[in-house]
Design a protein around this ligand. Sequence first.
Ligand SMILES: [Zn+2]
Ligand SMILES: [Zn+2]
Ligand SMILES: [Zn+2]
Length: 279
Amino acid sequence: MKIRYLGTGAAEGVPAVFCNCPACSKARLRGGKEIHTRAQVLIDDTFGIEFPPDAYLHALAYHLDLSAIKNLIITHSHMDHFYAHDFILRGYKYAANMSSDVLRIYGNEEVCKVFSECTRRELKDCVKPHLSIRELKPFTEYEIDGFTVTPLVAQHAAAEQAFVYLIEKEGKGYLHLTDTGRPPESFYAYLAGCGKKVDLVCFDCTFLRFTKGEIGRHMGIEDNMAVKERLLSMGVCGENTRYLITHYSHNSEPLSENLSAIEKEYGVTALYDGMTVEC
Ligand SMILES: [Zn+2]
Ligand SMILES: [Zn+2]
Ligand SMILES: [Zn+2]
């Protein structure tokens, strides 16, 4: 899998939309790799994870054809992961010569509701055939265009059951663990039961050097290491598994020197916007 991380910031972005804190001011001044837009991942060019408000910006910045995304899985309905208003533009006079005729969107029950709410006013009848939305159930394997996708449960939102995903293709396993705090026991129980191994793990590291322990709805690097140790002890991860961190909050001051220090100390790769990782 060729996994491209288009956005690596938390909901507010870095620099944050309305913020002038020292970290945001520095990031704004420096630009480049100090900018972390909202979460979006593209695997092998046509399989997406999340559709944030910055999807359009990502298309411009990385010369992407968003109409080529055939399948899109969503972790949860928070606006930094699912900005559904844009989908009204997928057809009619707004879009010609789309590379894929239909975009199939998959998510939890709340994602399906948010899709309906956000498109209710402006989605034209003639655009509807170019979109489909399907609810996924946790701990169920789905075959989607050559990928095996298993939604697992996150510890994240009170109002909905947010998912994290196990994504497999051609013998490789990728665990996408954002947004979540330290995952619940049912997450580990499923992985222990299915006997699968993963080659790459991407952690929610919103808090960087801060930690909330068991109660957090996001993680810091110490939480990530606790999850890593548990996955190693279960045999889900092995000595060749690689670890990535993403979804930084401006409150954690994710300036490049701070991310580099964490990489050295913990043996992880801190993602930047636009980075590609092979799995
Ligand atoms: Zn988020
Ligand atoms: Zn700030
Ligand atoms: Zn969230």
